[in-house]
Design a protein around this ligand. Structure first.
Ligand SMILES: Cc1cc2nc3c(=O)[nH]c(=O)nc-3n(C[C@H](O)[C@H](O)[C@H](O)COP(=O)(O)OP(=O)(O)OC[C@H]3O[C@@H](n4cnc5c(N)ncnc54)[C@H](O)[C@@H]3O)c2cc1C
Length: 572
């Protein structure tokens, strides 16, 4: 029998959402609940440390910002697919999170008078991205982690790879995991689980995401019977550095940067004259791709044609103070100094708007399981997320799910019997199946083909033909996956096994994303189709739900909650 470890609450993922959830559960229980924080990477290597530009919150009502304005910007940005009750909860809660972080010691960037500064971000009608230079995520993570250390009730399981979520009789029972350092298989039992495993950016090859962001938690929840919602909505960030895809934060444009085509024109004037470079990301990405398609970009042999992000007019002082990291990245990776030269960029796969279907409290359909952060789809971002709303979402729903899970756990006895059936299944999947596979397919080749398939067929502009080709290929890759070989049979840091598990998750996520997109016959937010060019509220003002079956996803739909604003044409 595997070793069984028991805690009250299991937090799966130690990014912003996971840390905030663990902290809230600690605060609520005054350190009384026993919490496990499980992560496949070291805490401070969670992807959230890479967040650069800012966290949205209304702090300045006396200067013209308001909750209503933030809510309207978010709903309009979402192309009316956000649930408006969720948006309302969000805008009211995010200012409190900024203040909490302030009290916990974060070094927010400040105005000359010492007050917290905020900068403009795409699609926001007011400069409300609260920031710490261009390393906002790093400082937020550091502050949350420091604060969590004041409580003595959290056990960290760093570099533990969770392989499945155990559900028996419709209830959450535990997690199966491999301690990567020893290769030992474990069951972690708990009364409550918060899934905070981030997005699925790495199903694409040209992405801003770190290598660990492979959609594991999304796929595990799906396999455990929890529907995935709105997975077809993927965000392309307009400014990925060529050729790596490293993010040039939206703060570059928020601080006044320009986008220019090969003729030196600020082309956003043609597409979003009132917002120009700080229009929402879906619009800016489409504008860049149109410029490239119409021959007004710069050519590259590898096909990564690009336009220019021009910061030269901002001056060295401003760039050094507010975008120092961006300057460093551009110099190191492409030998371009933004103080003197424009930076080559193009749209890059950036954010998973969909995710694990939850209600407004982050609760899933399985009692005892919540989801928060990018892994979850609480329906805040709809079809297109506004920049700086994601870190804020991680904080807000980290707090909410941490509180709900704590209340739930405080009312229950520790789990007694081990979940025998699901444990046996989880163990057999790894040791009876994956580790024994000795076929002639390479994990790495399939992964490469998957990413090429996504990049080729699921771009900024989509068509039925392309998506169908993508889906056929993904299904072929799923078949070939059955015939992989896990060549490394050792235990310590068996990365072959880890990549095999990740690949299985990515294939499931890619299938749901592509089929959901193919089915949605309209253009909305990040889902832009050349064969269905307009938004179709009569047929498609609804959320997509994908439900796992062994033969592939089954699809259902649910209503969008409209409480205040009926959909109108979206112009900027
Ligand atoms: C380069 C970049 C810059 C960004 N900048 C901004 C910004 O300025 N403002 C903004 O609002 N948003 C920004 N975003 C988006 C934002 O950073 C993310 O949406 C957010 O940080 C996600 O946090 P999270 O806690 O949900 O997940 P993550 O930070 O991705 O954490 C996921 C956690 O889950 C764990 N995990 C995953 N799978 C497993 C497994 N199988 N077993 C065990 N553990 C697992 C990981 O180890 C990790 O600890 C940016 C995104 C990128 C890519």
């Amino acid at each position: 029998m595997s070793e069984i470890i028991t805690h009250d609450i299991l937090v799966l993922g130690s990014g912003l959402a996971g840390l905030r959830a663990a902290l809230e559960a600690s605060i609520i229980s005054k350190g009384g609940l026993d919490i496990a924080l499980v992560s496949k990477v070291q805490v401070m290597r969670s992807h959230s440390v890479a967040a650069e530009g800012g966290t949205a919150a209304v702090l300045r009502t006396e200067e013209g910002d308001s909750m209503e304005l933030h809510a309207w910007d978010t709903v309009k940005g979402s192309d009316f697919l956000a649930d408006q009750d969720v948006v309302d909860r969000f805008v009211k809660a995010s200012p409190g999170e900024i203040r909490h972080l302030e009290h916990w010691g974060i070094p927010w960037s400040r105005r000359p008078d010492g007050r917290i500064d905020q900068r403009p971000f795409g699609g926001h009608s007011y400069p409300r991205a609260t920031y710490a230079a261009d390393k906002t995520g790093f400082f937020e993570m550091q502050t949350l982690y420091d604060t969590l250390l004041r409580y003595q009730n959290t056990t960290r399981y760093d570099e533990w790879f969770v392989t499945s979520i155990l559900v028996e009789d419709g209830m959450f029972r535990g997690l199966s995991a491999i301690d990567l350092a020893t290769g030992e298989f474990h069951i972690i039992q708990g009364k409550a689980l918060i899934i905070a495993t981030g997005g699925a950016g790495r199903i694409s090859g040209f992405t801003t995401y770190s290598h660990a962001v492979t959609g594991d938690g999304i796929a595990m929840a799906y396999r455990a019977g929890i529907p995935l919602k709105d997975m077809e909505f993927v965000q392309f960030h307009p400014t990925g550095l060529i050729p790596t895809g490293i993010l040039m934060t939206e703060a570059c444009r928020g601080e006044g940067g320009y986008l220019r085509n090969s003729q030196g024109e600020r082309f956003m004037e043609q597409y979003a004259p009132s917002k120009m470079e700080v229009a929402p990301r879906d619009i800016v990405s489409r504008s860049i791709m149109t410029e490239l398609a119409e021959g007004r970009g710069f050519k590259r042999e590898d096909g990564l044609d690009y336009v220019h992000l021009d910061l030269t007019h901002l001056g060295a002082d401003k760039i050094n103070e507010r975008l120092g990291f961006i300057r460093e990245l551009a110099i190191k990776f492409v030998d371009v100094d933004p103080v003197h030269e424009p930076v080559p960029i193009r749209p890059v796969w950036h954010y998973t708007m969909g995710g694990i279907h939850t209600d407004i409290d982050g609760a899933t359909r399985v009692p005892g399981i919540w989801a928060a952060g990018e892994a979850a789809c609480v329906s805040l971002h709809g079809a297109n997320r506004l920049g700086s709303n994601s870190t804020a979402e991680c904080l807000v729903w980290g707090r909410i799910t941490g509180a709900r899970a704590a209340e739930y756990a405080l009312q229950r006895e520790k789990p007694s019997s081990p979940p025998a059936e699901s444990t046996a299944r989880a163990k057999d999947h790894i040791f009876g199946d994956l580790m024994k596979r000795d076929g002639n397919e390479s994990i790495y080749q399939i992964r490469k083909e998957l990413r090429n398939t996504i990049d080729r067929n699921m771009g900024v502009f989509r068509t039925a033909e392309k998506m169908q080709q993508g889906l056929d290929k993904i299904r072929e890759l799923k078949q070939r996956y059955r015939n992989i070989a896990v060549r490394d049979k050792s235990k310590v840091y068996n990365l072959d096994l880890m990549y095999a598990l990740e690949l299985g998750f990515m294939l499931d996520v890619a299938e749901v994303t592509t089929e959901g997109a193919l089915r949605r016959e309209e253009s909305r937010g990040g889902h832009a189709r050349l064969d269905f060019k307009t938004r179709d509220d009569d047929k498609w003002l609804k959320h997509t739900l994908a439900i796992y079956t062994p033969d592939g996803p089954k699809f259902d739909y649910s209503q969008v909650k409209i409480t205040t604003w009926e959909p109108v044409e979206r112009t900027y």
